[in-house]
Design a protein around this ligand. Sequence first.
Ligand SMILES: [Zn+2]
Length: 441
Amino acid sequence: MFAVWAAKITEKVSVRIFHRQGVTWAGKIALKICPAILTELASQVKKEIFIVCGTNGKTTTNNMLCAAIEAEGYRVVCNHTGSNMLNGVAAAFALGAGIGGNLKADYACIEIDEASTRRVFPHFKPDHMVLTNLFRDQLDRYGEIDITMKILKDAMQSAPGMKVIVNGDDALSAYLAMDSGNDYVTYGISEQVTDDKDSHEIREGRFCKCCGAPLEYRFYHYSQLGDYACTKCEFQRPRIQFDASGIEIGSGIAFTVEGRRIRADYKGFYNVYNILAAYAAIRTGGLKAEHFNEMLARFNPENGRMESFRIRDVKVMLNLAKNPAGFNQNISAVMQDETPKDILIVINDNAQDGTDVSWLWDVDFDRFKEDKIRSVTVSGIRCYDMGLRMKYVDIPAASEPDVEKAIRQRLSDGCGNLYVLVNYTALFSTRNVLKRLEGEK
Ligand SMILES: [Zn+2]
């Protein structure tokens, strides 16, 4: 009880000033006072514990799953802010507990950083793991994808009763689920949605993880997601249980799964996967998901995942893009909007971003070479690296290291439709600037 109080006080005092850092401290203090707090509180979850892992889409998928379960009338504990390492997970449970020190939750929805699974799993064993995808992230933070896969496999095998809800369109994630020996269910898209011929995306996992032979793809959705089979051994895309069909992507998203038409008002193909993952998870957990569409209508993909602002007469869209696959998907989402637009790219290289920005060279920035893109501005600590990257694809870009100045300039001389693409640590500062400007008269 004392640990819960300490966590609540720490969070109250620090979160307003330090944002996510405050949540992390709350968890750290709770664990210091009571090392068993996470085990204790997790055991008080009445029904089931879901965790969400994978390179991209964790926060959106996890928050959406939480909202979907709440919409069915249950109480859920969730790390909404995306603090997904051990301290953040401990904080979610401690802050979710009542002042008596007990948790009154039916379900838990917890996103966990892949590398942190080995620190979290000793505290509790989840009932379900959603595995969204495995893309190359910032190199210096995670090392090779193989290391991440090994860590996840160990975590899965340490929880043999845990069912994996896996993206079957990703050969790496599907292989991992099969290889772990855990029970698994699959979600995916069996129809070809986009004509992917023009993309020069770097694709991970083009080789079979079983035998090393090249994989052959019937089609790609994006990055390495698609319909694949090994050219030598038996390994192939598994049968898909939650199969989305009749996909529409444009000003909104729609698809059919289990005979239900699902609709949402967001952009971006990747959101089909986020929604489908949340749906597959809630259904695998045995819930009816009768209020799923209502939930989507209310749901706001928070924290810079396609967040919109209106500043004076300018429409501003903010989106997080922290690795090549995420950035390429963001570019696709921007290009879906066929009206004229300005682009602002903010790149930092703080510790949490990964100090190596060489991944920028794996992003298809040449797709910005189009009439509807009225201007490109680069900003942030590494704006000159970003500027150089644009120079190599022959796209003129203005450099302004100061984010607020860059935004103010485009607000006053732009075409009234501004897309702001930022990496991790740039998100919070940029979001604060946009919020403040929105409040100005
Ligand atoms: Zn093979």
